[in-house]
Design a protein. Structure first.
Lengths: 476, 217
């Protein structure tokens, strides 16, 4: 039963709410391990859905699921060590909500029914809200309020979009179950007007959750105010889930022969996100906000790549995998810096290489990776997207794309070099580097390098299966 | 015989206008309870929804319970906890809000007539009500500063979306399990918002969102 993949963390999550702290930490790591195992079993095709009307294995869903499960394992290890250092107030709630968060995200990845997908995405917002305001500081509360309200309204609009998609079915007098599998099969007969109308609402709705500009306003606040393990999850896993919502509807649009409409919307939103991120990343005084804006940029890149199609689509899905690995690694490293220096301001952090040498290496390496330089995977994916854009004749868009990439790399480089090598008068480090807070960022970085030089055949095949439906290839 | 559907829809429209003009939070919550019940009842009186199974009946009972009792109850608790009875300084005045509501009704009438969906007879008013409710919900979220009024605006937005769903789509597509999931999300959402509200009140000594201006670029 494939439903076990999300039921397992949901059940343990609810139990963990009532467990004593030490036991809860154990449950967190053990569940993460088990989840990865069940997820791999799902990949091997050992699990069949019981509620086939609601859930199913789609290649894009399985891809997101594997990425989520993998990074969750290492974030969980990090979180245990992090919680021990910070003496968090309500730790059982944090652990429970982390597990519930994993459960709802897995549910998003496996959902096949339109409304079930919506329910799962809305549920991710609700269970991740406590993760952000766990410290109950004024700033955290403000960030959570914005997050919950903006995302809820956005997702409510996505529900409206789902109703319009249903209407496109009614207008065309088609009577099939409301699942992506069956809708894709009859896509050509759906009413094009209502389908396009619905897609606009869906891209605004799920785009809000994905952090596409101009609906991104909640993202820098929430990602910077959350405790670092939660930030890593929000950036590395949650954004992918929201993207999955957009992607599934984009596939439907493409099959209905409206691919150019949805592609243009995606290219537009993607470019706006990249430009906005580029503007705000320059001279950003807060390094966690810098990372958050970088997430907006990368989601923009993915949306752009999907919109371009062809080989860029392959690049976009590769980008999704590597961005998750690198960004969660960066957020974990920044958590170490925050613990060590006690501040999120770039101005108060300096001399990382002297005070936190191991973290400095992982932070710098993460920066190299997120900038799209080899040997990390974003190099290949961004190259694919640029290549695809030129090939498809989107010259102007490709130039804007490259310009914003350069802008962002320049903005980040200044901040990162300031932090790593700059002055740094403070010699007293509040919390040193523990093994379990140093190892996870390194493993995630290593995973990106390995996947860059050697992509396992199963993953490669899954990506090809995903993109071949809407005309993506790797043969330019 | 009085047309039941239209009566209910008119009550919903009036509740929307009332909520735009009212400045007492407890009255606002009561209006939301009434609106919730009416919105849950609407599908029952529509023609293509008339043959309900037992599953459907149970679902609508739960829905009335949640929308009419549980959520307003939660809101009542929140209002009492934060001990604020009035929205003091709305960004947009009450008369202007009321006027906005009336303009909304006109506009939704225009949109409905332009859409040219082959609506079953008598559904025009349903769509007008739905769009007005949705727009008024968005308006409340933007035009009021108290966090609790924003939650009420969100609820109104959801009511509007639900009405659009019932107006446009046929019953055959809606599975009660799925609808129940949507409802559960709404309930948990209001609960979480209530908890954050309580904490905001604790930290800021007020639930005024204009006090929250720390995070920006």
């Amino acid at each position: 039963m494939i439903e076990f993949i999300f039921l397992l963390p949901m059940m343990t999550g609810i139990i963990a709410l009532f467990l004593p702290v030490n036991l809860g930490r154990g449950v967190l790591v053990v569940t993460a391990l088990l989840h990865l195992q069940v997820c791999v079993m799902g990949w091997m095709g050992k699990l069949e859905p019981i509620f086939g009307a609601f859930f199913g294995r789609s290649p894009e869903g399985m891809l997101v699921l594997l990425v989520t499960s993998f990074i969750f394992l290492f974030i969980a290890m990090y979180a245990v060590s992090y919680m021990a250092e910070t003496s968090m107030q309500s730790e059982p709630i944090f652990i429970g909500c982390m597990l519930l968060f994993l459960g709802t995200m897995s549910m998003v990845a496996l959902a096949d029914h339109l409304i079930v997908l919506w329910i799962a995405i809305e549920a991710t917002t609700l269970v991740s809200a406590p993760l952000i305001f766990i410290n109950r500081s004024k700033r955290a509360l403000e960030a959570t309020w914005k997050y919950v309200l903006i995302c809820s309204v956005g997702i409510a609009l996505a529900l409206l979009g789902c109703f319009f998609v249903t209407l496109s079915m009614d207008v065309a007098a088609i009577n099939v179950p409301l699942t992506f599998t069956s809708l894709n099969a009859v896509a050509e007969r759906l009413d094009p007007f209502w389908l396009s109308f619905g897609f606009i609402f869906i891209i605004i709705g799920y785009g809000t959750k994905m952090g596409l500009a101009p609906m991104h306003t909640w993202l820098p606040d929430a990602h910077s105010e959350a405790p670092s393990p939660a930030s890593a999850l929000l950036s590395g896993a949650l954004l992918n889930c929201a993207f999955l919502g957009v992607y599934k509807f984009h596939t439907l649009m493409h099959l209905a022969g409206l691919g150019s409409f949805s592609s243009n919307l995606l290219i537009g939103f993607g470019l706006v996100s990249m430009v906005v991120a580029g503007i705000f990343i320059l001279r950003q005084p807060d390094y966690k906000r810098m990372l958050a804006y970088s997430s907006i940029e990368n989601m923009g890149i993915i949306a752009f790549g999907v919109g371009i199609g062809g080989i860029a689509l392959y690049g976009a899905l590769l980008h999704l995998i590597h961005h998750s690995l690198l960004k969660s690694s960066l957020f974990l490293s920044s958590g170490n810096i925050l613990l060590g220096f006690g501040s999120k301001l770039v101005a108060l952090v300096g001399g990382l290489t002297r005070f936190l040498p191991k973290t400095a290496v992982s932070f710098l390496a993460g920066f190299v990776g997120i900038s799209g330089l080899p040997p990390f995977g974003l190099f290949i994916s961004e190259l694919c997207i640029i290549f695809g854009a030129f090939q498809a004749g989107h010259y102007l868009a490709a130039i804007v794309f490259i310009a914003s990439l350069v802008l962002i790399v320049a903005g980040m480089a200044q901040i990162v070099t300031d932090m790593s090598f700059g002055g740094g008068d403070q010699v007293e480090i509040l919390v040193g580097e523990g093994f379990f807070r140093v190892m996870p960022p390194y493993v995630l970085l290593a995973a990106s390098i390995i996947l860059c030089v050697w992509l396992p055949d199963e993953i490669y095949q899954t990506i090809i299966n995903t993109i071949s439906v809407i005309g993506g290839t790797i043969h330019g | 015989m009085i047309n039941m559907t239209n009566t209910i829809l008119v009550i919903i429209l009036l509740s929307v206008l009332l909520s735009l003009a009212s400045n007492r939070l407890s009255a606002l919550v009561r209006i939301m309870a009434l609106q919730g019940v009416m919105v849950s009842l609407t599908p029952l009186f529509l023609e293509h929804h008339s043959n309900l199974g037992s599953g459907g009946l149970i679902f609508f009972q739960i829905m009335i319970l949640i929308k009419g009792l549980l959520i307003p109850g939660l809101l009542f608790m929140a209002v009492r906890k934060v001990s604020i009875t009035r929205e003091i300084e709305p960004l947009i005045g009450y008369h202007a809000s009321l006027f906005f509501g009336l303009v909304c009704i006109l506009l939704s009438g225009y949109i409905t007539s332009r859409l040219q969906v082959s609506l079953p007879a008598g559904h025009e008013l349903l769509l007008i009500t739905a769009i007005t409710t949705l727009a008024a919900g968005l308006f409340l979220m933007m035009g009021r500063t108290k966090a609790i009024t924003q939650v009420i605006g969100y609820l109104m937005l959801e009511n509007g979306i639900y009405l659009i769903g019932t107006a446009l789509t046929k019953q055959s597509h809606t599975l009660y399990v799925v609808e129940f999931g949507v409802l559960l999300d709404l309930l948990v959402g209001v609960m979480i918002m209530g908890i954050i509200l309580h904490n905001i009140n604790h930290a800021f000594d007020d639930v005024d969102t204009t006090l929250m201006r720390r995070l920006k670029d």
